[in-house]
Write a protein that binds this ligand. Structure first.
Ligand code: GLY
Length: 252
């Protein structure tokens, strides 16, 4: 398995914030956490392709938003925040050797953070960053490969994957305040602990899970189901409204 990641921008303090107040960000600490994240991926047998810093693009560490990588193709997004639109160019260059590239185009907007793929089902959160035109374009791009794309209403959080991610092909981890659990009635639903609203974001890396520190009750629920969980501290990146899924594009 491979992962594209990108070094943190020196301008990260000026990142987009939608549902969060701006807090002072310790860039050195953020960089240490990001390196520990890369290292955790390596220890899970992932080949990490770390792209150089794009200093002028404050949010560019959050590579997940710039593309979706499927086994068959990659889709380059059109990020919903104008300040993030330049991020896609270098991600397209990095993915070109690995996949045929398809593009989301205006009037669609799409952040990869709003896209949760589970098997052949692709769920797209209709957030401030992603719209129904993107759902239609994505469906056209992916139909030849047998995927079904579903647009989902969601609550007051940045991205769909702030609210729900997959633990495996049959179960999801979900904050019911931000996404209706009934939308995932075909899956076993594990709920975040009520005191850990940001605990729904987890990355599947092979048969393991990569998870942010700070959600001990939700972590205990996940581990009780038999999952192997590697925990990394993302507290500084969280001040930029990012979490574990945001920092990598994982593909075979
Ligand atoms: N700061 C992450 C984002 O708003 O896209």
């Amino acid at each position: 398995m491979k992962a594209i990641t990108r070094a943190i921008s020196s301008a990260m303090q000026d990142c987009e914030l939608t549902h969060m107040e701006r807090q002072a960000l310790d860039l050195n600490r953020a960089r240490q956490q990001h390196e520990a994240y890369n290292q955790a991926l390596r220890e899970l047998a992932v080949e990490v392709i770390e792209l150089p810093e794009q200093a002028e693009l404050a949010d560019s560490v959050f590579v997940e938003d710039a593309a979706l990588v499927f086994d068959e193709v990659a889709v380059i997004t059109l990020p919903g925040a104008e300040s993030r639109r330049q991020e896609t160019r270098s991600i397209a260059e990095a993915l070109a050797p690995h996949r045929q590239l398809l593009y989301i185009t205006t009037p669609a907007i799409l952040d990869g953070g709003d896209v949760l793929s589970i098997g052949k089902n692709v769920y797209v959160g209709l957030s401030s960053r992603s719209n129904s035109e993107a759902v239609a374009q994505l469906q056209e791009h992916l139909r030849p490969f047998g995927y079904t794309v579903h647009g989902l209403e969601m609550g007051q959080c940045l991205h769909l994957k702030t609210a729900v991610t997959a633990l495996d092909d049959k179960s999801v981890l979900l904050n019911p305040d931000w996404v209706d659990a009934a939308l995932f009635s075909g899956y076993d639903v594990v709920r975040t602990h009520p005191e850990e609203p940001f605990g729904a974001n987890v990355v599947r890396v092979g048969s393991s899970l990569l998870y942010g520190a700070g959600y001990p009750n939700t972590l205990a629920s996940i581990e009780a189901l038999g999952h192997t969980v590697r925990v990394v501290d993302m507290s500084e990146l969280a001040k930029a409204e990012g979490a574990v899924t945001c920092c990598s594009l994982l593909f075979k």
